[in-house]
Write a protein that binds this ligand. Structure first.
Ligand code: AMP
Ligand code: MN
Ligand code: MN
Ligand code: MN
Length: 283
C-alpha cells in the first residue's frame, strides 16, 4: 500500500497549495494520503475535496509542535474529526506564539547583519498565522545569504546559531489528548531527528503510550534504512502502529518526493489498518 501520511502545503510551510499536493500525490501513485500541515487544519477541506476529485482515499491530518524534555518533538495526528472544538482551539493556541517568535528571530538575525528578515520571511508565508523557520530559510536563500535551505539549518535558526529563539510549544499530553479525543490516532513523527539520549527517548515513548499515543513513523523522508529498522524495533517494543510519510514540503527543497518512500519493514501493524473506518473513500 503506497500510503503517504505526512506532507505540507502552503497552509503551513510547503510551497504547493493543497490541490497541487493532491495532484502530485496521485501522479506519484499514492493510494492513501493525508495532508499534515504544522499546527493547522485549515487545508483539510480543500485536501479532501481535491482527493475526492482524483479518486484518492484520504485521512485527515496535522503535525503538532510539542516541547518535551526541552526539545521540540512533532506529533502527527491522523483520522480525527476536523470540527472537534478542543482540537481546533488547541491548534490555534499552539500557532499563537509564532508571530512574536518570528519578530525575535528577525531581531537576532539583524544583530549578525541580516536586516528586515521578518518582512523578508513574510513574503514566503501562505498563512499569516503560520510563519515558521522554513519561511526564514527561504528568505535567507533568496537574499543570497545561503546557497540552500540545508545550509541555512546548519548556519542559522538552530540551537547555538544566530536566529534561534527557544520556544514553548504544546505539551505532549495536550497534543496526544486533542488528537485522540477527536477520534484520531497520534503518531510520533520522524523520531530519528531528535537528539535525545537513550533514556530521554525511552521516556518519550513510555509517556506517549501512557497518554494514549498509538503510532510511530518508521519510514519517513528523514530516516535512513537503518533508522527504519531501528524504529521498527521501537514499534514492536512499545506495541505501536507503524506509519509512513515523506514529509514532503517542496519540489525544489525536499529530498524525498511524495509517494516515493520504501515500504514498511515486515511484521509491523500499519497505522492505516487501525484507521480504516476513518478513511474518506472517493466517490
Ligand atoms: P518551526 O516549526 O518554525 O520551528 O519550523 C520547523 C520547520 O523547519 C520543519 O518543519 C522543517 O520544515 C524545517 N526544518 C527544520 N530543520 C530543518 C533542516 N535541518 N533542514 C530542512 N528543513 C528543516
Ligand atoms: Mn516543516
Ligand atoms: Mn516535523
Ligand atoms: Mn512535517
Amino acid at each position: 500500500m503506497n500510503a503517504d501520511l505526512h506532507c505540507h502545503s502552503t497552509v503551513s510551510d510547503g510551497t504547493l497549495d493543497p490541490e497541487a499536493v493532491a495532484a502530485r500525490a496521485s501522479a506519484n501513485g499514492v493510494e492513501l494520503w493525508a495532508l499534515t500541515d504544522h499546527d493547522e487544519i485549515d487545508g483539510q477541506q480543500r485536501a479532501l475535496a481535491a482527493a475526492r476529485t482524483l479518486g484518492l482515499p484520504y485521512l485527515t491530518g496535522t503535525e503538532i509542535s510539542v516541547t518535551f524534555a526541552g526539545t521540540t518533538v512533532h506529533i502527527v495526528g491522523l483520522g480525527f474529526d476536523p470540527a472537534d472544538e478542543r482540537l481546533v482551539r488547541g491548534l490555534a493556541a499552539t500557532r499563537g506564539g509564532r508571530e512574536a517568535r518570528a519578530r525575535e528571530m528577525a531581531d537576532a538575525l539583524a544583530k549578525v547583519g541580516i536586516a528586515d528578515a521578518f518582512e523578508g520571511a513574510l513574503r514566503f508565508v501562505g498563512n499569516p498565522e503560520l510563519i515558521s523557520r522554513t519561511h526564514f530559510a527561504r528568505f535567507l536563500v533568496d537574499s543570497g545569504a545561503c546557497a540552500d535551505t540545508q545550509e541555512v539549518f546548519r548556519r542559522f535558526l538552530v540551537e547555538g546559531r544566530p536566529g534561534f529563539v527557544p520556544h514553548r510549544w504544546a505539551t505532549l499530553r495536550d497534543a496526544v489528548t486533542w488528537i485522540s479525543d477527536a477520534g484520531g490516532v497520534a503518531v510520533v513523527a520522524h523520531p530519528a531527528r531528535y537528539k535525545f539520549t537513550a533514556t530521554e527517548e525511552y521516556a518519550l515513548f513510555t509517556e506517549f503510550k501512557t497518554l494514549g499515543g498509538r503510532g510511530v513513523e518508521v519510514v519517513t523522508g528523514a530516516h535512513s534504512a537503518a533508522d527504519a529498522r531501528r524504529y521498527a524495533d521501537t514499534a514492536r517494543e512499545f506495541d505501536l502502529l507503524a506509519s509512513r510519510g515523506s514529509d514532503f514540503h517542496s519540489p525544489e527543497e525536499s529530498r524525498i518526493d511524495i509517494g516515493t518512500l520504501p515500504p514498511l519493514p515486515e511484521g509491523l501493524e500499519p497505522v492505516w489498518k487501525a484507521l480504516e473506518p476513518r478513511i474518506h473513500a472517493p466517490g
